[in-house]
Design a protein around this ligand. Sequence first.
Ligand code: F0G
Length: 454
Amino acid sequence: MPLMEPYRIKVVEPIPILTRAEREAAMARAGYNPFNLRADEITIDLLSDSGTNALSSAQQAAGMLGDETYAGARSFFRFRKVVEDLTGYPHIMPVHQGRAAERILFGAVLKPGDLSISNTHFDTTRANVQLSGGTAVDLPCAEAGNLDSRDPFKGNIDLAALEAALAGPDPVGQVIMTVTNNGGGGQPVSMANLAAATELCRAHGVPCFLDAARFAENAWLVIQREEGWSDKTPHEVARAAFDLADGAVASLKKDAIAHMGAFLAIRDEALAKQCELVLTATEGFRTYGGLAGRDLEMLATGMEEVVDPDYLRSREDATRYLGELINTVGVSIVEPAGIHALYLNAGRLLPHLPPHRFPGHALATELYLAGGIRCAELGSLYLGEEDAEGNLVKAAPYELVRLAIPRRVYTQSHLEYVAEILGEIAKDPTSVPGYRVVESPPLLRHFNCRVEPV
Ligand code: F0G
């Protein structure tokens, strides 16, 4: 079937179109940090696929049915039923977003000194492991290290390394499987890898949880790419993945196609009771957990909509199409294209810029200056290490830029526009300047730093 969005547009929102001079002024004011731009300065926003999605008319209608009763709201029971059907877990807690689920779960599971092992911890997942006194260890599979290889499941965990860690001297408190692997190029995890990882965990008595923010997108890629799964529905594959694990945290700002919300779902009753105490103290009573009744309704409807094969097929097609256009204009991406984002290989496009001139950041900034496209680097500005004088002493392994694609928001012509702007930059890459840091906070530098072109 040709590329086509399986929905039509009923409500529109104008997007700002600025002149180059206006964009230059906005970027200078923002200290050349895209996080400091204002929405009314941005034409196409590819900073995140989280909470940036377009609601369906059915979700909006469901929102009108939201029951705002303090305890025991109807909307909670509907939300719980949908999550129960999806996960099979008996204990389900709504929370306001994914990181709240992480904080509550890890606080109950991890003891100081424990290791948390993952295919790749997402930033907030790593931070919450550390806040619980644990140490986060990423064990991505070997294929993940080759950006150009088209291995279908580069999101997998390295099973031999996982087995060695589980048998090693340091206590392992938990294993977290992130599906899809956002920190690892948005690549999917195979069911075979998940089954083998959870079996190792069981053999060593260590709980294994899913970070299931993109559960439907991972399921869809399993159906497309893994032998033995092609005749299953996305709901069946997602359920099979949850069946393998002991529980899950899931930011619903992604695959519930909504703006806010998450769940913490657990098999073990004692652990769930412990989590529920913290939930009540810090998020809200167990039947709302920091969310309004209308949110719970819209999330429930979104989780039903997201497993529609027509929707998932069109989303995969759109991302792959943009990846192909980007390749055609001479820019490499982390192969193969996933679903929620494309990761541009800025290091390869801008070889004249060494890591301490931040090629990823330079490309992200140029995309804004040339076309009002906002995105963020995943390179040495974010992941590099510096000495006391601010000199980069350890570069990131790759200089990447993530183009995250909000759900149901941009059409094919918006994606073509992005590729066209990238093509203009790729015609004359040596004209793209590098950057140096002029102001850097002690923590979370990429969010708050100011840089300038050199
Ligand atoms: N886990 C993964 C895999 C994520 O991608 C995110 C968020 C979270 C957990 C945290 O969830 O934002 O609801 O607290 N990712 C966003 C992104 C921010 O842009 O990739 P949250």
